[in-house]
Design a protein around this ligand. Structure first.
Ligand code: G6P
Ligand code: MG
Length: 221
């Protein structure tokens, strides 16, 4: 019944969610804005500019006084922090169980799509040496609305030529799970069951992802 798997990248295939956190924290501290892991949870899956807006919205004036140029400069600064942090990422940073799952999907003839909001996704896939497993990469610059809107997941399904109803989406972010559900797909959440409560199926960590388990849950729904 499953005709495609569509994966998020950061926090699912590799633990770069921690580098995004670190990069935003560096910027927020320069701007004198408090930033912690709990706040960061809201930024997972959210594109660069929208993330910056959320951080600035904590200022007393909601960040409304800054020019677009100023905001662009801060967004670039965060991205430079991030690029510095991911420079040494290699295949040792693929999360546990992911390669096994990719292998099982390939074996089962189920194609894989990528639905990441990150403009650094291509670079990371290359560094992780997993490009050959991914059949389609949805370009985040080509979609009108970022997660939690379904656009990027729908784009990946369309490129794969698969009806969203037969797609499984895999996400570590609340906004990402929401995007998968809005796309009409089966949502697999990886992480905290409370945060990801809207998912159809939740595992605490990637090592617990299993194709046969997911197939079982999806058909037994
Ligand atoms: C992913 C991450 C977000 C990040 C977004 C944009 O969705 O979970 O934390 O903001 O990608 O990434 P970029 O690398 O383009 O800034
Ligand atoms: Mg993610």
């Amino acid at each position: 019944e499953i005709q495609a798997f569509i994966f998020d990248l950061d926090g699912v295939i590799t633990d770069t969610a921690k580098y995004h956190y670190e990069a935003w924290k560096q910027l927020a501290e320069e701007l004198g804005i408090h930033f912690d892991l709990e706040f960061n949870e809201q930024l997972k899956g959210i594109d660069r500019m929208a993330s910056l807006e959320k951080i600035l919205s904590q200022l007393s004036d909601g960040g409304s006084s800054f020019t677009l140029e100023q905001k662009q400069e801060w967004a670039d600064r965060k991205n430079n922090n991030y690029k510095r942090l991911i420079r040494t990422v290699d295949e040792s940073e693929i999360l546990p169980g992911i390669l096994e799952l990719f292998h099982d999907l390939k074996q089962a003839g189920i194609p894989i799509g990528l639905a990441s909001a990150s403009r650094n996704a291509g670079t990371l896939l290359r560094q992780l040496k997993v490009e050959s497993y991914i059949n389609v990469i949805a370009d985040p610059e080509s979609v009108a609305h970022g997660k939690p809107a379904p656009d990027i997941f729908l784009k990946a399904a369309e490129a794969l030529g698969v009806d969203p109803r037969y797609c499984v989406g895999v996400e570590d972010a609340e906004a990402g799970v929401q995007a998968i559900k809005s796309a009409g797909m089966f949502a697999v959440g990886v992480g905290d069951a409370e945060i990801l409560s809207k998912a159809d199926y939740i595992v605490s960590e990637t090592s617990k992802l299993s194709l046969s388990e997911i197939q079982h849950y999806m058909t037994g729904r």
